[in-house]
Design a protein around this ligand. Structure first.
Ligand code: SIN
Length: 515
């Protein structure tokens, strides 16, 4: 069966490759790829919405329709929860080794099909193919990582203070897990959650982002082929109109034990409130406002390299993208000049399917409108436009890579998460001032600092109120490390040794008396 699929996928690959020559994007994939689905996936079956409603998925680069999926509602979601609950009764009894083997197969299948999976990401999300390929490696990495993590879940035998009692702790799966995942990493943010849950013995009902359901459905196909039993991984697709009621049901259902969400802090807070009545465990990976601090002693080449990858990955649309560049006065002018130079040299705006593109569209026109508002606000408050500063003529969802200097803390680009290709640079004098500016926000996901002074590296990293700190490094995401934030950036951690899988486990204290 797997061989047959690989052959089919290989043929698809050749067709797709043939369509991306001479920098010309393809629209052929929606016909050719067997990984593109037009049904949701519940209890091992490809199904339509009970209402029969569907909605179109569009390519943000072109506005072209690249697929159509069910627009499901509350009744469909309730059904998926019931099926996941039923499947849980059996799945929780499987061994960690059995689950691990299936996740390893999923890893292998994802790697075998990485080109198709990457193209699906580019079609629905817009990110350049090279980045989409990187995302598949990252996403598949979570299948592999949690296949290994699941086998090392351990309880303890505790030294008892009572002569007649023995004390044990057991780790058990938490139950049915609801997941709401974002559009910026339509593959990896699913595997980061779902593979941890499956490794722990939980079942899943997942609502992917409205803009990017195709990657989620492709993962269903991969998981099915990997032998993950029916009812364990269920995906309910819906458009914006149904999203709030579907999300509310996932939070309020007494059959669901945990809600895991990646997205904005504002939506995270709503989901947490809705989860309060059932005292659901909340695993939240929320918005950031990352400071990127460069001290006078920094290696300028390293700092500019880090700035480019941290700021412009995914066209500035990651939760850990540098949001506020804080540059010490002695190196400020040089940093701005060098960053402008690197932007001129390395950034190419275009369709993600076109060779050489490094900056795709934003996820939709509304996102580009928001970025435009932020830049206008900064200009009106005294920021200087060093590069860009306007919408791109490539399409309505595009915005020019932008560099603003003379940025101050009262501007929207400093106060809010930009989620676009805009680097706003501010100047500071002292280390204390930099730390105060960096921590002066309710967000606490990721921060960056560049300095050649070893003592300063430790001192500032410790002082930063952030869950992740890159020291002389702009790219840190990997399954091996815990991902998550302080303050309003979230609750819990994903990935890492112990952390990610713990989210999906309950601890049971067992006291054995009469000994
Ligand atoms: C995110 O933007 O939420 C995730 C980014 C990452 O995993 O690097």
């Amino acid at each position: 069966m797997l061989t047959k699929l690989s052959t089919l996928y290989k043929t698809t690959s050749i067709l797709l490759k043939a369509n991306i020559v001479a920098g010309r994007p393809t629209n052929f994939i929606r016909m050719a790829s067997s990984l593109i689905k037009d049904k949701a996936f519940v209890n091992g079956e490809w199904i339509s919405a009970k209402s029969g409603a569907t909605y179109n998925v569009t390519n943000p680069a072109t506005g072209e329709v690249v697929g159509s999926v069910p627009d499901m509602g509350v009744a469909d979601t309730e059904d998926a929860i019931q099926k996941a609950y039923k499947a849980y009764q059996t799945f929780k009894k499987t061994t960690a080794k059995e689950r691990s083997e299936k996740l390893k197969k999923a890893y292998k299948l994802m790697m075998e099909n990485k080109e198709e999976l990457a193209r699906i990401i580019t079609l629905e999300n817009g990110k350049p193919l090279a980045e989409a390929n990187g995302e598949i490696m990252y996403g598949a990495g979570f299948c592999e990582w949690f296949a290994e993590e699941g086998r090392r879940v351990q309880g303890h035998v505790v030294a008892s203070p009572f002569p007649t009692k023995k004390i044990f702790t057991l780790k058990q799966p938490i139950g049915v897990c609801a997941m709401i995942t974002p559009w910026n990493f339509p593959n990896a943010m699913i595997t980061r959650k779902a593979c941890a849950a499956i490794a722990a013995g939980c079942t899943v009902v997942l609502k992917p982002a409205e803009d990017t359901p195709l990657s989620a459905l492709a993962i269903c196909e991969i998981f099915e082929q990997a032998g993950i039993p029916k009812g364990v991984f269920n995906v309910v697709t819906c458009d914006r109109g149904n999203a709030p009621s579907v999300g509310k049901l996932l939070c309020e259902s007494p059959l669901v034990s945990l809600i895991s969400f990646t997205g904005s802090s504002a939506v995270g807070k709503i989901l947490m409130k809705q989860s309060a009545d059932t005292v659901k465990k909340c695993s939240m990976e929320l918005g950031g406002n990352a400071p990127f601090i460069v001290f006078d002693s920094a290696d300028l080449d390293l700092a500019v390299k880090g700035a480019m990858s941290s700021k412009f990955r995914c066209t500035g649309q990651t939760c850990v993208c540098a949001n506020r560049f804080l540059i010490q006065e002695g190196i400020y002018e040089k940093f701005v000049a060098r960053l402008a130079e690197a932007m001129d040299k390395e950034l190419k705006v275009g369709n993600g399917l076109t060779q050489g593109t490094t900056q795709g569209p934003l996820i939709n026109k509304r996102a580009a409108d928001k970025v435009a508002t932020f830049v206008e606000d900064a200009k009106s408050k005294g920021a200087n436009v060093v590069r860009g500063g306007q919408r791109s003529d490539v399409g309505e969802s595009f915005y020019e890579p932008t560099l603003l200097s003379n940025v101050t803390s009262g501007m929207l680009v400093s106060k809010e998460e930009i989620f676009g290709p805009v680097a706003g640079v501010a100047k500071f004098k002292s280390e204390e001032e930099a730390i105060a500016l960096a921590n002066g926000t309710s967000a606490g996901l990721a921060g960056y600092l560049y300095t050649g002074d070893c003592a300063q590296q430790w001192r500032v990293a410790e002082a930063l109120e952030y869950g992740i700190v890159g020291v002389n490094e702009g790219l840190f995401s990997t399954p091996e490390a815990p991902f998550g934030g302080f303050k309003e950036s979230g609750l819990g951690r994903e990935g890492g040794i112990g952390f990610g899988i713990e989210e999906y486990l309950e601890v049971k204290y067992m006291c054995l008396g009469g000994m």
